[in-house]
Design a protein around this ligand. Structure first.
Ligand code: GLC
Length: 497
């Protein structure tokens, strides 16, 4: 039979008819715990919207809504060569980005470095020395014929994807570590001079032009090639979004007497949504994750939706079911590998969800290989359903954040540039998020194309950071100094003659 290429591949039917009644009872219980139905989506979006507004107010709220001093969108005419350093949740990446004369184009050369696990709980000096060394190695490898000392005109956009309070583009006080990081002596400090001191120790004369969040980078990089972009999102190890706000709508900046029509990117840090536990349907597993994390009480939303936690939610649910005498799963099996905290990451869940076979034989092999557990077919059906529930909940809750920003800004149609391992690699995440948006906005069957679409973004942490460095330098050259740190040692503003 001829199948059109645009049709969806046939999916597994997923019948539950051979699952014994007692196990079905527990599957229904999991469904009850993890399902976020349409009325609940509405309730969450409405409180989310309230909290976003609160974050912009003078009194503030739990969602930080940090102004980033990225002012306005790129025009597509930015040019030059810039460095970008991306310190995300898992890897470190150093890039050299060339913005040529052609509108909206770029070339990028990059090297990736592993961020050693021990660094994530070490000291600030160890962290910054390590990343400064990576920058140095990158420059040595990519500028073989030049002395490093001659590279001081290169400007660096530093993508540091943690909540920072910024009073300028080249300034950022780390509010708190997220994504499982717990590095001593950095919270409450400006990370720009800390990193510049490390660069100096390594003899690297590079200037930090902009401290960038990955979401802001994503917003700017996506807007560079697609002018319908209004929001940048990361659905990866962590989860967060940035959007453009007019200064006049940010009461907490009123005292600065800036032009109320200027647009400034806000890094929402929406991972902190519902730290007061007003609305999110937290399960016992979400509560366990929070209580056993380095920062209990923080990042409530993120801990339910981000890649760092999805595998752990899944593992905790399986451990719980196994230890329940009423649920007969993994009987007489050695579950010691399953008992290890954070031993399953979201790619494990993604593999379970991608298993195309009716009898879930790939899941069988996965459990055998990774956990040394022999599963029965009914057990695998429960496992598959659990993975679907966790993945679907993450996508639906994530869509609530996007909807809340759109509602707050009265955005009726736009593109949302998105990046991150969950968005790019987790099966059905994009479709499930789109479906949730349809339910929230009530787009019926007559609406042929979703007005608000979450689409894959350009490389925000690389190209986005470079563009932000370019935009900053463009403003400085024009003599516009608002949002640039005048007081720091390596100030970007040239001294007046
Ligand atoms: C965490 C960080 C945030 C980042 C997000 C995605 O939520 O706090 O800054 O944007 O992860 O990486």
């Amino acid at each position: 039979m001829y199948l059109s290429a645009s049709r969806k591949p046939p999916s597994r039917k997923g019948s539950m008819h051979d699952v014994p009644n007692d196990l079905m009872k527990h599957i229904h219980e999991l469904e009850r715990m993890f399902t976020v139905d349409t009325p609940k989506l509405h309730e969450i979006v409405s409180i989310f919207q309230e909290e976003l507004v609160k974050g912009l107010s003078v009194a503030g709220g739990t969602i930080p809504m940090n102004p980033t001093w990225v002012i306005g969108y790129p025009t597509g005419d930015e040019t030059g060569t810039y460095l970008a350093l991306d310190m995300g949740g898992t890897n470190l990446r150093v890039c050299e980005v060339e913005l040529p004369e052609e509108k909206g184009q770029y070339d990028i050369y990059q090297s990736k470095y592993r961020l050693p696990e021990e660094i994530k709980s070490g000291t600030g000096d160890q962290l910054f020395d390590y990343i400064a060394e990576c920058v140095k190695q990158f420059l040595i490898a990519n500028h073989e014929c030049q002395d490093i000392k001659d590279l001081k005109e290169l400007h660096l956009g530093f993508t540091f994807s943690y909540p920072c309070e910024q009073n300028a583009i080249d300034h950022g006080i780390l509010q708190r570590w997220t994504k499982g990081f717990d590095i001593e002596g950095v919270e409450g400090h400006d990370v720009v001079p800390m990193f510049e001191a490390a660069l100096e120790r390594k003899g690297v004369p590079i200037k930090i032009t902009a401290l960038v969040n990955d979401t802001t980078g994503t917003l700017i990089a996506s807007a560079y090639t697609d002018n319908t972009t209004r929001i940048g999102c990361i659905f990866g190890t962590g989860c967060n979004a940035a959007y453009m706000e007019t200064i006049g709508c940010i009461p907490k900046l009123a005292h600065m007497n800036l032009d109320p029509n200027l647009e400034i990117a806000i890094n929402c840090e929406w991972g902190a949504f519902d730290n007061e536990h007003r609305v999110l349907p937290r399960t016992v597993y979400d509560k366990h994750i929070d209580e056993h994390s380095p920062r209990p009480g923080q990042q409530t939303f993120e801990k339910m939706v981000a890649g760092l936690y999805l595998g752990e939610i899944f593992r905790l649910a399986l451990v719980d079911l196994h230890s329940n005498p009423d649920v007969k799963i993994f009987e007489k099996q050695d579950t010691s590998a399953l008992q290890i905290e954070y031993s399953l990451d979201s790619s494990f869940l993604a593999e379970v969800e991608s298993d195309p076979w009716e009898n879930l034989m790939e899941t069988h092999a996965l459990f055998e290989k990774k956990l040394k557990i022999e599963t029965t077919e009914p057990e695998r059906k429960l496992i598959r359903r659990l993975a679907e529930l966790i993945g679907t909940r993450a996508a639906r809750l994530s869509a609530c954040g996007v909807a809340a920003i759109c509602k707050m800004k009265n955005i009726e149609s736009c593109h949302v540039g998105a990046d991150g391992s969950v968005f790019n690699l987790y099966p059905n995440f994009q479709e499930r998020g789109a479906k949730a948006l349809r339910e929230i906005f009530g787009w019926g069957k007559t609406v042929r194309k979703d007005p608000i679409q979450i689409v894959p973004s350009e490389d925000g942490s690389g190209v986005g950071a470079a563009l932000i460095a370019a935009l900053t330098m463009k403003r400085i050259r024009k003599g516009i100094h608002a949002g640039v740190n005048v007081k720091r040692k390596n100030s970007l503003i040239p001294p007046t003659p």
